[in-house]
Structures are given as C-alpha cells and as structure tokens.
Design a protein around this ligand. Structure first.
Ligand code: BGC
Length: 721
C-alpha cells in the first residue's frame, strides 16, 4: 500500500481513532488474550475505554502464535477500519533459545555470530507472532554499577556500532515485507541512557554535546544506517530535558539531521514520567512535550489518549503532527506486510518446529563458548578427564544462567554446569555441592562442600550474582561477589588445592577475594540455554577460550567509571617529569583497571613479531598499512584477536589515550604463524572538534598493535597534507 493509499486510510479515521493508533498496551488488555481481564483494575486506573482498546495501534509483550492470532482476529473484527495490531516484544538475546547476554556476545568480537543469534531470535519470535523487537540496546556503558550494562556490548563506540549493525541485519534481514522469519528492530535507548549518573538506573545524564556525539551517539546512528525501523526514547534527561520530550534530540537531531523517518516509541511510561522529572505539570503537558518532540507511540501510559484531542482542539498542537505519527505507524505495518497478512509469521506448527531446535541449541552452545572470557589461568585449565573434580557453588546446579532479559526463556531448559560436565566426561570423577546460596549460607552447606573438595584434584567454583542483581533497576553500589561466596572461597583455600572460579554475572565485578585467591577465572556472564554445555566444553579444552573483554574490570568500585579510552589530564601518572603527589591518581589504588578492555586469555600462547608501518607519513590520499606477524607458540589451536588502536597526540580538543580502530580474529594451529595487515586511513582519524565539525588534524599520531588495550607495541606516524 503506497503512501497515497495510507493517506486515504488516515483521512477516513476519526481523530479518536488516530490518537489510539499512538497507544501501546500490554497483551492482557485485549480480547482474545488468555490473561484478559487480569488487567481490569489497571485498565480502570489508566482510564482506558473499550473504544481505545478497539483502536489501539500496538501491543507490548504478547507472544505465542495461538494467542497472537486470537488477539489479532478479535481486533480486526472490533476495529472499524480493520487496521491490524503491531505486536512488539523484548527479544533481546533470544526468544526461547537464549543466547549469552549482549555484553557476553560483545566479548566474542564476532559480528557473524552476533548476527546469527539475532537471525535465530527473530525466526523463533516471528513464528510466535512478534513483529517488532525492542532491540538492539546499544547504549555505551562505562559504569558497572548500572545493572543494564549486560544489555550493551560495552565501552567502545566503534565496536558497539559494529554490533549494532550486526544485530539489526540479523533481526531485519534485507526484506521485511517478504521475509516473515525476520522482525523489525527498535534501537534503544535514545540517547545516552548508559551514562546515568552514579550508575543508578533512570538517573540524570548531562554531558557536552561533543561527548555525546563522539562516544554515545555513533552506535544508534550505525543501527539506523543499517536500516533499523524504530527508535526508543531513553528514560534519562539529556541536557536537562528528558529524552522523551527533548525536541532538540528527537526532532532536530534524529529526524532532521539524521533523516530518520521511522517510528519513535517512548520507553515504558516515559511520557508520563515527565511529570516527576519536573518539566510537565500534568499529563496534558507531558503529551504536548512528547508529540512536539516527535514521539509516535506512547508505551503504557495514556497521556496522548486523554489529552491529544484537547490539545489539537485548543490549537496548541497542530493536527498534522498527529497525522505524521499515524502515517509512520501505518507505514511500518505496511512494511511488515500486515495489511495483506495480519498474522504474518505466526504459526503454531513453525513455532513448535523452531523453538529450541537442535540447530538453535547448537548455535547457542557455540555462541556461549565464544563469549566466556578466560581471565586468569595458572596452569590449571584445561581440566583432564581423569582428574577428580569437586564442583562447588550456588551456580553448580542452577538454571539461573539465562540473564535478566530472557523472559521467554525457561530456566528448566537451561543446561546447568554440572549437567554439562557430566554429559561431556561422565559422572565418575565429578562430585558436587552447593557450598552456599547466592547471598546466604549455612554451616552444613559449607561442611558438605569441604568434604566434597577434600577428595578432589581440582575445585571448580561456580559463583556469581543471581539474575535479579543486574538488568533494569538492578544497580549496585558494591560490585563484589556477595560476602558469603567470598567466605566460601577462603574456606576452600585452606585445602590447598588448585581452584577454578566460573563466574555468572551481568556486570564487570570487583574481583577482590576471587582473582587473587584462585588459580583460574572463567567469566561466563549469563551464557544462556546451553551455558553449562559450553562451559564444560571450555573447562575440558574441547573449545579454546577466545573471547576478550569489551568492558574494563575495575580494580575496585572507587575507580568507576574506568574505561580504556579516557583522556590524559594535565598531570598524568607516570610521565617522565611527574611529581610524586600532585598527579591525577588515587592514593590507595592504582589508576588502571584490574583487567583492561580487549583482555582475555587462551589455552595457547601467541607471539607478536615487531610491527611495521608502510610509511611514517600519511596523507589524505595515501593510507598506511601496518603489519604484524602472529605465531601460535603453544600446544593447541587457538584464536587470537589482534587489535589496532591509535592516539592523536595533539588535538584541537583533548583526545583519548587510545581509540580502537580495527581488529582481526585469526585461528592458528600450533607453530603456525600469520601476517595480519591493517589499513589505516585519514577517515579513521576524524573526530568532533569544538565546533562539532567531524574532521582530522594534521600532526603526530601513535598507532598501537596488541592483544589488548594495555599490552601493545607503539608505532609513530604523521598526518600531512
Ligand atoms: C525498558 C525497555 C523495554 C521496555 C518494554 C522498559 O522498562 O527500559 O528497554 O524495551 O520496558 O518492555
């Protein structure tokens, strides 16, 4: 249906019908929903009438082919003009087959794999009736106190942008109208939600526009460049105005400057939240602010529903703003093919065939193996089948390994660590004990663990945070493991046996009491449905760890935010002429994080040759090539991630001490070596100047090559005319 026909449809709609297209409500509001009626109370509280529901434009969080089809059918009957509902849901890292959390996927640095996780998530969700997913979340994150860091791919704008593109490609494919196995993507949370002050969820964000553009905006932009259909507003303020009512951000930047013409949806309740934010006296003013900013869909609050008509009638809002929003929503319905086939991909048979299929499970297992980061290994891993293992800890036999954004995933379907190990090597050499719960424990639990450990060759500890300790509204001020788990480590240490810690958590932790106490640490994050199988693969060397951190692990929470691409300050630590005291430092802890961005170990070792650069001068036309030879000097096949960083030594504004510009993953057999070549162009040296112009500076640069952002070799070059 081309725009002209949609315009005819809009002309047939009453003002009330148009306004209700802008409303998004949860499934139980609708006829045909199996939980219908449960929401009668809230419906009254929201002041939503039957008329509104009959004309609502979209539904939140309703899945399952049978129910979705029922609701859509009832709606088409109830809706005067037969306009289908859009079904939206959070399919963040899998629908029923749960993949590792996005922060873990980030650590794979593997775009094809990331894309494939989204392809599978889309296929399962689409068969279950979903049309749009509220993903990818691409907020740049620097503060592990914020529970939502697990939804992001990390602290680097370039890498986050690559992942944003990969996820959008995976969710949407290249033809949403024809390809019903895909869903539309909605990039979130626009903008800079990841910079909430103090890591406290929903908190203020305030930063210079240059900082916003340089670090926080690129990943949203990348998602849109890849064709992402929708954008979600953030809960936070941006320069004093909540994003949802921020006209400069939404109209001037997103729509006018970037040319985004898709649907903009508020986050849950974010329109009405302008009242407690203190920029709207009531719902009517909140509605006014949101429609002026260009918010098309209001999620879960009725400010538009109650007030838009009045605002239009009294001349405060031009009806063309409403028509514009309706047009964008109808266009998306058209792009998804809903006017021709309102049930789209929903199919009870397909749903059964796809969900948790062998292929999907295998993909989840591979993804998890590629996402767990080996943080330490003092000659204890990989384990040998003959070794007697005591598997101890609250995650030894727990299904809580899917992560906080896996609402459709089932913990019962998840492969636990114990099961994964037993499936791989049999049960003869593995004993298990819980040791303690996540936050509490008893003497009896500890005694049982000590007994199990006494007869073992190696103790494997499965420790972590339960999934409620991260995710939305999951901020923490203390990011160490719960005290009882630290006590468990200390108690087991008295046995003097090799100890391996496998960690399940949604954020970089302060690893005091863990990293310094055990011989090996495997960061498993929340690895998803096949987590236990993948961890067994890694522990026993069936797979070789290859993941690398995309968010720094702080030395302690007092350093936070700590990130690799920081500025130098006028008094950097360690400069040749630095004083002892009056430098930028902490008196009690180092400046550096415990584990830097890009860090991760393998069961093999890699040696880097001296890197070479094709010239010491770069011109606008003449890029440079940088080469390094990497050799596998260990005993097994392994994957190395070769990273290229730069530093602009003299900028027009201060520049970060390192910026990731490129990376390459290579697989090497023992003794094999490979030359890795990077091309560096002038374009990669550009940044936002004080007047926001995006350009490079002539002058001196460093390039760095290495296996993480700390351990690098330096090369020098100059950009000249
Ligand atoms: C979250 C969003 C999510 C939405 C819908 C909000 O609370 O911030 O990320 O998409 O709920 O579930």
């Amino acid at each position: 249906m081309p725009e002209q026909q949609l315009r005819i449809l809009i002309n047939q709609m009453s003002i009330e019908e148009k306004i209700s297209q802008l409303l998004q409500l949860a499934g139980p509001f609708f006829e045909g929903s199996e939980s219908q009626g449960e929401i009668t109370g809230p419906m009254e509280a929201l002041g939503i009438t039957d008329h509104s529901i009959r004309n609502t434009g979209s539904v939140l969080g309703l899945t399952g082919a049978k129910e979705v089809i029922q609701v859509q059918e009832a709606h088409l009957k109830n809706n005067r003009l037969g306009i289908p509902l859009l079904m939206m849901a959070d399919i963040v890292h899998g629908y029923k087959t749960i993949f590792p959390v996005p922060l873990a996927i980030g650590c794979s640095w593997d775009m094809d794999m990331a894309e494939n996780t989204a392809v599978i998530a889309a296929a399962e969700a689409s068969a279950a009736g979903v049309h749009v997913t509220f993903a990818p979340m691409v907020d740049l994150v620097r503060d592990p106190r914020w529970g939502r860091v697990m939804e992001s791919t990390g602290e680097d704008p370039f890498l986050n942008s690559e992942f944003a593109r990969a996820f959008v490609r995976g969710f949407q494919g290249s033809d949403l109208t024809q390809d019903r196995s895909r869903v539309a993507a909605c990039v979130k949370h626009f903008a800079a939600y990841g910079a909430s002050e103090g890591g406290r969820d929903y908190n203020t964000v305030d930063m210079s526009e240059r900082q916003l553009r340089e670090y926080y905006l690129p990943a949203y932009r990348a998602a849109l460049d890849e064709g992402c259909e929708m954008v979600m507003t953030a809960f936070n303020t941006v320069d004093g105005i909540p994003a949802t009512g921020n006209r400069r951000l939404m109209r001037d930047l997103l729509r006018d400057e970037w040319g985004f013409d898709g649907v903009l949806i508020s986050d849950w309740g974010a329109v009405k939240e302008m009242i407690p934010h203190g920029i709207a006296a009531g719902e009517a003013e909140a509605a006014y602010r949101a429609i002026q900013a260009g918010v098309d869909i209001e999620m879960m609050t009725p400010s538009y529903e109650h007030h838009l008509k009045g605002l239009i009638e009294n001349g405060q809002v031009d009806e063309s703003l409403l028509d514009e929003a309706v047009m964008r929503i109808l266009k998306l319905k058209h792009t998804l093919g809903l006017f021709d086939n309102p049930h789209r991909g929903a199919s009870i048979e397909l749903e059964q065939e796809l969900i948790l299929s062998e292929t999907h499970r295998q993909a989840a297992r591979d993804a998890a193996a590629k996402s767990c980061v080996l943080l330490k290994n003092d000659n204890v891993l990989p384990l040998k089948k003959e070794q007697k293992i005591a598997l101890i800890g609250p995650f030894a036999q727990s299904g809580d390994i899917l992560g906080p954004w896996s609402w459709m995933g089932s913990k019962e379907e998840a492969i636990q660590v114990y099961t994964g190990m037993v499936n791989l090597v049999g049960s003869t050499n593995i004993t298990t004990a819980q040791g303690c719960d996540i936050e509490t424990g008893t003497e009896a639990q500890l005694a049982e663990a000590l007994l199990a450990a006494q007869h073992s060759d190696v103790i494997v500890l499965a420790l972590g945070e339960h999934s409620e300790m991260s995710g939305e509204a999951g901020s923490l001020a203390d990011i160490r493991l719960p005290q009882i788990q630290l006590e468990l480590i200390a108690a087991l240490q008295s046995l003097n046996k090799p100890m391996v810690a496998v960690l399940f958590n949604g954020r970089p932790l302060d690893l005091h009491g863990v990293y310094d106490q055990v011989d090996a640490v495997l960061e498993a994050w929340y690895p998803g449905t096949e987590g236990g199988a993948a961890i067994a693969d890694l522990l026993y060397g069936r797979q070789n760890p290859s993941a690398r951190l995309t968010m720094s692990f702080p030395y302690s929470v007092g350093q936070v935010p700590v990130y690799y691409n920081h500025f130098n300050t006028g008094r950097p630590q360690g400069a040749p002429d630095a004083q002892v005291r009056y430098v930028s430092q902490y008196l009690d802890i180092p400046n550096e994080p415990l584990l830097p961005f890009g860090y991760g170990l393998s069961y093999t070792t890699f040696e880097y040759s001296e890197a070479t650069i094709s010239s010491t001068t770069m011109t606008l036309e003449q890029p440079l090539t940088i080469k390094v030879r990497v050799t596998n000097t260990g005993e097994c096949t392994g994957e190395e991630l070769v990273q290229l960083y730069i530093r602009d030594l003299v900028g027009e504004v201060v520049r970060p001490v390192k910026e990731l510009k490129s990376f390459r993953k290579i697989i090497l057999e023992p003794k094999e070596s490979q030359e890795v070549t990077f091309t560096l162009t002038e374009e990669q040296l550009r940044y936002h100047h004080s007047n926001l112009e995006f350009k490079s500076d002539f002058g001196d640069f460093h390039a760095y090559i290495g296996s993480n952002s700390r351990d690098v070799t330096e090369l020098k070059f100059t950009l000249t005319k």
